[in-house]
Unconditional design. Structure first.
Lengths: 154, 92, 154, 92
């Protein structure tokens, strides 16, 4: 019961939460993560953010990430939504929702999904700032965050 | 050098090219298809006309995919393959 | 900008999320955790769950937990809601919402808040099952989850 | 034994008692207040009339608070203090 969507339009956290919550009476924990466009980048305000992706490949990679999470944790459902196209400051970019019986699985899976999405999924951000565009540089901290899932004992 | 040219002429695979993120900015004039037998050879062939692009493609963080699978630069290419050049991703 | 509430009435995740999201244009990440009443306990369906707490002390302990999270992580806001009284299967019990600039702080703080709430805050659950009441036993796994925050190097 | 009784009689602090969770089930008949100088002494004084309750209070996971602060069982009590007996919490 997983849902993966790449879309230009906005999403509604309340609707996504209700879907996860109502899936099964065994749901004891729902964790959601929402990523938003901040108004600043490198100490200067931004005009907009454009999300490019690799259609076809992105869907495949997100499916792999969701499959891996389901293998590692006992989950009831995962929802993964990523917007593409032009976004404005304070817009929602990405949503991860995980429903499970117990909280630890939901928390860990949601973090894993975000860490992997950030480092594996074929999305690229371009910032428009002071009338100029530049591509966002990848962060070492994201690679470090993703790497921790390879070094754990479980 | 003569051998290399012969190598190119023997290649018959017509490859579809895609450049993402910052690589797209350097690849605006690159044709949509090319003939080559490996991703590494695509890079070599583009070097004459697009040296700035190829310099970017040679950065170690750049990955290459064939038909939407990450592969090595020496992966043999079949005709009609889709080869994409992928800088480090920055989604989420 | 923290909010701590102990209440008998339900809460609305969408409203809580909007409040967190709109606090500041610097918010880049919102993590929510919602705990729900599952319909089963020890392989048998439950009729209801009654949450008792120690008024006054609970508020003080939750404030301490929130203060500790703010000291450990760079956060924009925390919302902590815990219901008390009689709840039915599938009802919402507890909500934790964390807004921050970056996702890792929001995820870690939300987990920390739940781990500490589970092991430190003066709430007690009584289950009504087959017409009989019994108090829920505490879980060793919750103590283990809380203990990890003491042994980390950061 | 005589010393102990004298000890109790010297205690003048009137203490408000609270029992939470499963402890409440064992404490239904316990008066709302008691005279004692420490939480440990409360436990001893209750033993004659409520041995089942005191057996529960002696379990190592049970904590005691005075005026809503977790304290040791030997904490001296001031008159009017609120002493609560807390089994392991199970919220969230």
């Amino acid at each position: 019961m997983n849902s993966i969507r790449i879309q230009t339009h906005d999403f509604n956290l309340a609707e996504e939460y209700q879907l996860l919550r109502e899936l099964s009476p065994a749901v004891g924990a729902v964790v959601t993560f929402t990523g938003l466009v901040r108004d600043f980048e490198l100490d200067s305000s931004i005009d907009s953010l454009t999300l490019q992706h690799y259609p076809g490949m992105t869907e495949k990679l997100l499916q792999e990430i969701v499959d891996q999470a389901n293998q590692r944790w006992d989950l009831i459902a995962i929802t993964l939504i990523h917007r593409v196209g032009e976004l404005l400051p304070r817009d929602q970019i990405v949503f991860v929702g995980v429903a499970s019986q117990h909280r630890v699985a939901a928390f860990e899976a949601a973090q894993f999904l975000m860490d992997y999405l950030k480092t594996k999924a074929t999305f690229w951000k371009q910032v428009s700032q002071d009338g100029k565009q530049h591509w966002v540089e990848s962060k070492d901290s994201d690679s470090t965050a993703a790497a921790r899932w390879n070094t754990r004992g479980d | 050098m003569a051998n290399r040219v012969v190598g190119y002429q023997r290649t018959t695979a017509l490859i579809k090219l895609l450049f993402f993120g910052r690589l797209g900015d350097f690849a605006k004039q690159v044709p949509a298809t090319i003939q080559a037998s490996t991703p590494a050879e695509i890079r070599e062939r583009l070097n004459a006309d697009y040296p700035d692009l190829v310099k970017e493609l040679c950065q170690p963080q750049v990955l290459v995919s064939v038909n939407q699978m990450i592969v090595s630069w020496e992966q043999p290419l079949a005709a009609g393959s889709e080869v994409a050049f992928l800088p480090p991703v920055t989604g989420g």
